[in-house]
Write a protein that binds this ligand. Structure first.
Ligand code: NAX
Length: 326
């Protein structure tokens, strides 16, 4: 039997975690032969609710769960963590401006970055789900100077999966028939879902769907999918977000299939002219527990313009919290 891996999850009593934790515990994320110790973080007022979630996890009698801890202190929850899923965040309250939201989250993610820096495994893989995810990840990274900056990522896999589902629906294919989808940029409405490289059963997707559908239907549908779900369900995406977090970490740890890639928001190294350091979603391949940004893709004017709009938004978010960055 392998040694257990320590998986820290924040916002563990929230709605995404209510799906995510059970998928991790059943082995969907790290493998059916990989025991896990769940280290759950919540804010103090939610500790009772978290106790209920833990009771349910216990009642599943998952064979792979080697332990569960709970805490309202990041240094306890992140202790020796191999994987940290930062799901908990401050939601936008009534009358709260975008700037207030950024600042409230900057405080949370600075503290959590410092705690990761102090106590997590030196190889910890960090995925930020809590919004604004890309900038929250940047803040945590900057507060963790002793950890590898590359190990701080944010989630655009849900957007990637949404894009696969839309294109599959339009072309009558299954999502597994589609390769090389890309989400560029921020996990926000400025993201750019790009099918210029995508293949459906080996054929270029761009030749299979009308250009007008791509520009006027596909792109806005993927960009606005979160809002459409809130409108229909009366609550934001939860199980799909949990599932995409499982996909993100699984592929990062176990690798992407040959001939395909996934979208991950990772620190830019300057690829495609995107400002170095921004946590920007790129197409990446993963191997041996590491990721590489796919190089050499052709970028036309239509794409370039959209990639820059979402880059600009990320710059503005970063500049909005610059006074809080070390
Ligand atoms: P919930 O409000 O149901 O749960 C969030 C939980 O986080 C709450 O239980 C809260 O007590 C806890 N929390 C707040 N501050 C905390 C802190 N400092 N430390 C630990 N826990 C803390 O939200 P949920 O629906 O689970 O969504 C969580 C986050 O994911 C939100 O920020 C949401 O906007 C974001 N999302 C990100 C997505 C992505 O693709 N990147 C998609 C889904 C989702 O919208």
């Amino acid at each position: 039997m392998k040694n257990p891996m320590r998986v820290a999850v924040t916002g563990a009593a929230g709605q995404i975690s209510y799906s995510l934790l059970f998928r991790i515990a059943s082995g969907d994320m790290l493998g059916k032969d990989q025991p896990v110790i769940l280290q759950l973080l919540e804010i103090t007022p939610a500790m009772d609710a978290l106790r209920g979630v833990v009771m349910e996890l216990e009642d599943c009698a998952f064979p792979l769960v080697a332990g569960i801890t709970t805490s309202d202190k990041p240094e306890v929850a992140f202790d020796k963590a191999d994987v940290a899923l930062l799901v908990g965040a401050r939601p936008r309250g009534p009358g709260m401006e975008r700037k207030d939201l950024l600042e409230a989250n900057a405080a949370i993610f600075s503290e959590q970055g410092k705690a990761l820096n102090a106590v997590a495994s030196r190889d910890v893989k960090v995925l930020v789900v809590g919004n604004p995810a890309n900038t929250n990840s940047l803040i945590a990274q900057r507060n963790a100077p002793d950890l590898n900056p590359r190990n701080f990522t944010a989630m655009t896999r849900l957007d990637h999966n949404r894009a696969l589902a839309q294109l599959a629906g339009k072309t009558g294919a299954s999502t597994t028939d589609i390769k090389k989808m890309i989400i560029w940029g921020n996990h926000s409405a400025t993201q750019y879902p790009d099918i210029s490289q995508a293949m459906v059963k080996g054929d270029a997707a761009s030749g299979l769907v009308p250009r007008d559908w791509y520009e006027s239907d596909f792109i806005p549908t993927v960009q606005q999918r979160g809002a459409a779900i809130i409108k229909a369900r009366g609550a934001s995406s939860a199980a799909s977000a949990g599932s995409s977090a499982v996909d993100h970490i699984r592929d990062w740890v176990m690798g992407t299939p040959d001939g395909d890639w996934v979208s991950m928001a990772v620190p830019s190294d300057g690829s495609y002219g995107i400002e170095k350091g921004l946590i920007y979603s790129f197409p990446v391949t993963c191997k041996g527990g590491d990721y590489s940004i796919v190089q050499g893709l052709e970028v036309d004017d239509f794409s370039r313009e959209r990639m820059q709009v979402t880059e600009q938004e990320l710059r503005e978010e970063r500049d909005g919290v610059a006074h809080l960055l070390p």
